[in-house]
Design a protein around this ligand. Structure first.
Ligand SMILES: Cc1cc2nc3c(=O)[nH]c(=O)nc-3n(C[C@H](O)[C@H](O)[C@H](O)COP(=O)(O)OP(=O)(O)OC[C@H]3O[C@@H](n4cnc5c(N)ncnc54)[C@H](O)[C@@H]3O)c2cc1C
Length: 395
């Protein structure tokens, strides 16, 4: 058997800088890139590898079925370049950690000194008879349903969260906005949310959850919590425990998420990437992960960004920057879109539940965007500001 070649020395780029590869072109990848540009700009050579050419602001997709403006899209190459990094259009295929090399699906091999896996999760339809909330086509799929509500063809809807659910906020947002649209049009519509959560948006802790209960009650949206649903047909939901049946006109469901299943590294349950408190992947050197791809149970852009910041600190320190790497200490911020003004929820997370929970009418974080990200949020804020001022100058 041939011996494993020694990996190139750290900082093996011609410039002597640390070679960083970030796999992914979503929130966690871009936050890592922008953070590195701040923490170790002259000490790192960063390459982002991703198949997508656009970065879509996924949380705002929930407004599209209601004919509000589309979710914002940004050219990926511009963001990567603004972070001082190079973009390689392609996909990570597999990793050879001993040789510190990634292999792309197209067959190229790239060496790294630090590798960041920000590959996101795979969205899977849990209930074949339900309409699944998938941001890639949500505007299209839900728009028809909203038209049917407006036309008075639909009178009962169920919004269902499976046991292993994705980020739950969109389920509540869609339920509240649909209820509001029906109310405006004076259409009788019964909406029931079925969720395994102990209470609505329990992740944000009891104070915020109780306020969400009131919001739902005011919108006449019923909630059945601590409940597991099956959807045997497009017009029926069976709820356990209790074997209760709901007859409805349509069922809308959150998807289930699975990890990206990367060959060459240890994976946790359902293909998610294991990480330690510094977001390092255990048992392999110089590999980090952030975002929905990791085994942290809350799949949210703000959480992924906090992981990305922890990763960037660890890499910046490795590159020689005077940065003390912090541990991942999640704080969760959520902007809940409703039919009226949004509400802002915050919780410090421990053991999967919120504590020091609060709900406010104005954001407690800045900029008060849907995805609370230290670097990406102000960057996008500035890009949006430039776009608006450019448009008004051209008008
Ligand atoms: C409808 C909806 C509403 C949401 N609302 C909120 C909200 O209000 N607030 C909030 O914080 N979060 C919200 N989220 C969650 C948030 O969007 C995700 O948590 C976040 O996008 C995860 O970021 P990520 O970078 O880990 O993964 P993603 O954003 O999924 O990005 C993964 C990236 O990896 C790339 N990729 C995949 N495979 C490969 C490969 N083999 N090689 C290279 N690149 C690859 C993909 O092309 C993509 O660019 C919402 C999500 C949805 C769907």
């Amino acid at each position: 058997m041939g011996s494993v070649p020694d990996p190139a020395p750290i900082g093996g780029s011609p410039s002597g800088r640390l070679r960083v590869i970030i796999a992914g072109g979503g929130v966690a990848a871009l936050e890592t890139g922008l953070a590195l540009a701040d923490l170790a700009p002259d000490l790192t050579d960063t390459t982002v590898i991703a198949p997508n050419t656009e970065f879509v602001y996924r949380p705002m997709v929930v407004r599209e079925p209601f004919a509000y403006s589309s979710a914002q899209r940004y050219e990926l190459a511009r963001i990567v370049s603004d972070a001082g990094a190079k973009l390689l259009e392609g996909e990570l295929g597999w990793i050879d950690p001993l040789a510190r090399t990634i292999h792309t699906k197209a067959g190229a091999a790239l060496e790294y000194d630090a590798l960041v896996l920000a590959l996101g999760a795979t969205v899977t339809k849990r209930y074949p008879h339900a309409l699944t909330i998938d941001d890639r086509d949500l505007g299209e799929t839900m728009h028809g349903l909203i038209q049917d509500v407006e036309g008075g063809y639909i009178h009962k809807l169920a919004f269902v969260a499976p046991g292993r659910m994705a980020w739950p906020l969109p389920l509540y947002e869609l339920a509240l906005m649909t209820a509001g649209r029906a109310y405006d049009m004076q259409i009788e519509l019964e909406i029931t949310i079925v969720t395994p959560e102990d209470s609505p948006l329990a992740i944000f802790g009891s104070a915020a959850s109780e306020a969400v209960v009131e919001l739902l009650a005011a919108a006449k949206v019923q909630t059945i919590s601590s409940a597991y649903a099956e959807v045997p047909s497009s017009r029926e939901v069976v709820i356990s425990p209790g074997d209760r049946h709901l007859s409805v006109d349509r069922v809308i469901a959150l998807p289930e998420l699975y990890g990206p299943v990367v060959r060459g590294i240890p994976l946790g349950e359902h293909g998610f990437i294991k990480v330690d408190p510094h977001c390092r992947v255990p048992d392999v050197d110089h590999i980090y992960a952030a975002g929905d791809a990791t085994d942290f149970p809350i799949k949210q852009g703000g959480i992924g960004s906090q992981q990305a910041d922890v990763v960037a600190q660890a890499i910046a320190a490795m590159a020689g920057a005077s940065v003390t790497p912090e541990r991942f200490n999640p704080v969760i911020h959520g902007m809940l879109l409703t039919h009226e003004e949004p509400r802002y929820l915050t919780a410090h997370i421990t053991g999967g539940h919120g504590f020091s929970s609060e709900i406010t009418d104005t954001p407690t974080w800045s900029p008060g965007r849907k995805i609370a990200a230290k670097y990406l949020a102000p960057y996008l804020e500035e890009r949006d500001r430039q776009r608006v001022s450019g448009a008004s100058a051209g008008a």
